[in-house]
Design a protein around this ligand. Structure first.
Ligand code: AMP
Length: 282
């Protein structure tokens, strides 16, 4: 097994891509911010199955952090990441520095309306503009045919799907299921910030959501089930539930009852760490 080829400049990436395109090969891209875990690796496996060539990008995008401290503290583990990718035989790991993505004088923002209004969009001002802008750059730089994103970040998946269609980027966005720890906690780079104690409480978020979803499927009252779930999450040690919403699976509109395919989405703070999760309800 050889370590993946690490490319740091757009010029070098373009040379590689030109060879692949000339040979008629398809390209899959997996955008990440590093600190790779099994969730990321599942996307890479899907890309390997679906495409001739696979680019994994690692870029901690300053524009999508609404809190500078969160950006500073975000885990940076490039050597470990390269080691984890080695057995998967990806073609390129693209690790651009800031100037490859945002050259001097960069003045363009990609902004997706509507779908970004609620949920994380309401609680993290500017976050989805940052995501949409960097993803547009990574799609055009990688010239990918397919891009792989996790359902773990469900609103982000919808935003990216919308922008790829709206801007005719020629990329098919493929959503992949959330990978969880054995106790149900959704894998996330941010879990690294949980203390041992907080880590034992964290799965209660998912358990409370599963219980609420079960109640909704059984025809239970939305407001009662929601209040019970929030109480359970707070009893577990979470300090704030930012949102716990039933939303339409495609448009993310708020739903009062289960009359269409729906998703239950939540964000909550545990010991200074913001965790998000979502599950399909019907
Ligand atoms: P991030 O590095 O957090 O920006 O995530 C990069 C990609 O990995 C995004 O498409 C995420 O949705 C996806 N991802 C993160 N955690 C998981 C998970 N537990 N299961 C599946 N995909 C994930």
């Amino acid at each position: 097994m050889t370590a993946p080829k690490i490319i740091r400049t757009l010029a070098e990436l373009r040379t590689e891509i030109a060879r692949w395109k000339a040979a008629g090969e398809t390209i899959g891209v997996v955008p990440t911010m590093g600190a790779l875990h099994q969730g990321h690796l599942s996307l890479v496996r899907a890309a390997k199955e679906g495409c001739d060539r696979v680019i994994v990008t690692i870029f901690i995008n300053p524009k999508q952090f609404n809190n500078p401290e969160d950006y500073e503290n975000y885990p940076r583990t490039e050597e470990d990441d390269a080691r984890k990718l080695t057995p998967l035989a990806v073609d390129v790991v693209y690790v651009p520095d800031g100037t490859q993505i945002y050259p001097d004088g960069f003045a363009t923002t990609v902004s997706v309306d509507g779908i970004t209004d609620g949920l994380c969009g309401a609680h993290r001002p500017g976050h989805f503009d940052g995501v949409a802008t960097v993803v547009t750059k990574l799609f055009t730089q990688s010239q990918a045919d397919r891009a792989y994103f996790g359902e773990k970040d469900y609103q982000q998946l919808q935003v990216v799907t919308r922008l790829a269609r709206d801007l005719d980027l020629g990329v098919e966005v493929i959503g992949c299921p959330t990978i969880r720890e054995e106790d149900g906690l959704a894998m996330s780079s941010r879990n690294l910030h949980l203390s041992d104690r907080a880590r034992t409480w964290a799965p209660e978020l998912n358990r409370a959501m599963e219980e609420m979803a079960e109640g909704l499927r059984g025809g239970g009252d939305m407001a009662t089930l929601r209040a019970e779930a929030i109480a359970r999450i707070e009893r577990a040690g979470f300090t704030e539930v930012e949102y716990l919403d039933l939303r339409a699976a495609d448009t993310l509109e708020l739903m009062g009852s289960l009359d269409r395919p729906a998703r239950l989405l939540a964000a909550a703070w545990l010991a200074g760490v913001r965790l998000i999760d979502n599950i399909a309800v019907n």
